[in-house]
Design a binder for this molecule. Structure first.
Ligand SMILES: Nc1ncnc2c1ncn2[C@@H]1O[C@H](COP(=O)(O)OP(=O)(O)OP(=O)(O)O)[C@@H](O)[C@H]1O
Ligand SMILES: [Mg+2]
Length: 496
């Protein structure tokens, strides 16, 4: 046995809350091992202990057979462990190359040796087939490209153990394939990889084995051949029923339903002449590849970007929406893809985040009532089974998937005419996806129009009454629920 990392009886508590309870884990050289578990199971916490972000409350760690202690993130890197964290860690205002070499810049005679940095950057790009311009400012890149830079950065340390915490959540299919090739290559170089993802197809594609956690406990470690999707779901949740995507058995719209939203020749910087309607109670799916400009269409409706031509009608009347604030005033709700920047204030309590768009309802005798805010948050926590210690906990302390659920919970019970979901299941475990779909159904049942965007086409088919396929900033085709399938959507996307 050639174990690179071994963890024995790891415990971690945050104050009184036990998050990890006696975890055993090991990975060998040249092995690609998945770390699986539902939202809040403790995956990220475990790897943060390995990476020196958190220290364990108890337990032992061994690296290459020697006791392994780690002081901080840099120390972990020095010892050959490189981690891609779930929360991207790039500095947005800096260039790609400066981010990659941050803290280990090449210096010559007291000056930055840009030439050497560029040569090294070129080598990484060539070896792993990246093609991102070194001098681009990170904030100018799409989230997908930022995620690629994060991956490049982790690889560039030439570590022996690379840990990836949900590395593909924003990647395009092509980029995902690129990453899988990189993983194969690293494996060939006898490197070890711990791979965290909720997309089980990926696990079967790239992993040799999987360790499965449930509620802070290690359920077991399995060879990939011993597992199936439903077996994983069962081990993760302890429940046989969970994890299968059910068929949609509801519809709250017909040809007589009034219009909730209509776009008329809507045109912006990146999209052209968009015409579509969402009726009350209707779920309209927007399908398309990452980069097809679905989010741009949404940004125009929600007032994030400005239209250059065309107009929007809400309930049959033309409205001008120049900012998200005006969108909310027009009874439009929005669950953004970029939850960290647009959806949440991480340093604030859950209840403050949850009530942010409902403040009017949370007043008592004219004043904001904390009690009402907390009550409102509690309802969301219950409906979406959000794993929290208390509504007064800060959002940044929640697991990634549970943060996403808080974004969705903000809009529950809100008086809306339209709600937009942009990649709502990103980072959500397979069991909890049903809770998100249930909120879509609840909105539709109340007569609210829904726009639903997801890169997972099965999901779009699963919830939509009608699907619009977006290609290159225009609507390339439309499918009824009866016509919709992953195949029929792909046919329009690829124009076959
Ligand atoms: N700094 C912290 N303070 C208090 N509790 C925390 C802190 N960090 C994590 N937790 C709690 O630890 C538990 C495990 O979180 P963790 O982020 O490890 O889950 P995860 O398995 O990575 O989930 P996900 O799939 O949603 O990313 C959660 O209940 C979370 O709220
Ligand atoms: Mg996590």
């Amino acid at each position: 046995m050639d174990e690179i990392l071994k963890l024995r009886n790891i415990h971690k508590s945050f104050g009184p809350v036990k998050v990890l309870e006696g975890i055993d884990f090991s990975i060998e050289r040249g092995e690609v091992k998945a770390l699986l578990g539902a939202n809040g199971a403790g995956k990220s916490t475990l790897i943060k202990i390995v990476g020196g972000v958190h220290s364990p409350t108890d337990g032992e760690m061994f690296l290459n057979g020697e006791p392994y202690g780690v002081k901080n993130e840099n120390d972990a890197k020095k010892k050959g462990i490189s981690i891609i964290y779930q929360e991207l860690s790039l500095i947005p205002s800096m260039t790609v190359i400066d981010n990659i070499f941050l803290g280990r810049e090449f210096v010559k005679d007291g000056f930055l040796n840009r030439k050497q940095m560029n040569i090294e950057y070129g080598k990484i790009c060539e070896e792993f087939e990246f093609d991102i311009d070194a001098d681009t400012i990170v904030s100018d890149l799409s989230i997908a490209k930022q995620q690629m830079v994060e991956i490049m950065k982790a690889i560039s340390y030439n570590a022996d153990l690379i840990i990836m915490d949900e590395p593909t959540t924003s990647l395009t299919n092509g980029e995902k394939e690129g990453l899988f090739k990189i993983i194969q290559k690293l494996k060939g170089l006898h490197k070890s990889i711990i791979y965290i993802s909720h997309m089980l197809e990926e696990i079967f594609k790239v992993c040799d084995s999987a360790a499965i956690m449930r509620n802070g406990i290690m359920v077991g470690s399995y060879k990939i051949q011993e597992l199936t999707k439903s077996k994983i779901a069962e081990l993760m949740t302890g429940n046989l029923e969970n994890g299968s995507i059910e068929k949609k058995d509801w519809c709250y719209v017909d040809a007589r339903s009034a219009s909730a939203l209509e776009t008329v020749h809507m045109t912006g910087r990146k999209v052209k002449d968009i015409n579509f309607q969402v009726r009350k109670g209707e779920v309209v799916g927007l399908a398309g590849l990452v980069g097809s400009k679905r989010t741009e269409i949404i940004n125009l409706i929600y007032g994030v970007d400005q239209m250059t031509e065309g107009s929007i009608r809400m309930n049959g009347k033309e409205v001008k929406i120049r900012s998200p604030k005006e969108a909310i005033a027009n009874k439009i709700g929005f669950i953004p893809e970029d939850r960290k920047n647009l959806g949440l204030i991480l340093d604030q309590e859950i209840y403050k985040n949850a009530s942010a768009v409902q403040l009017r309802k949370c007043r008592k005798h004219g004043f904001l009532s904390k009690e009402k805010e907390v009550d409102f948050a509690k309802e969301g926590i219950q409906r979406l089974a959000i794993k929290v210690n208390s509504p007064e906990q800060q959002v940044k302390e929640l697991s990634g998937g549970n943060q996403q659920k808080v974004v969705v919970s903000k809009w529950l019970n809100q008086d809306l005419d339209l709600i937009i979901y942009d990649e709502p299941t990103k980072g959500i475990d397979i069991g909890a996806k049903e809770d998100i779909f249930q909120t879509v159904k609840d909105f539709a049942q109340k007569g609210i129009g829904v726009i639903f965007i997801s890169s997972d086409l099965e999901e779009v088919v699963r919830v939509s009454d009608r699907i619009l396929v977006v290609r290159n900033g225009a609507i390339a085709g439309s499918l009824t629920a009866a016509e919709a399938s992953v195949q029929s959507i792909m046919n329009i996307i690829f124009d076959v």
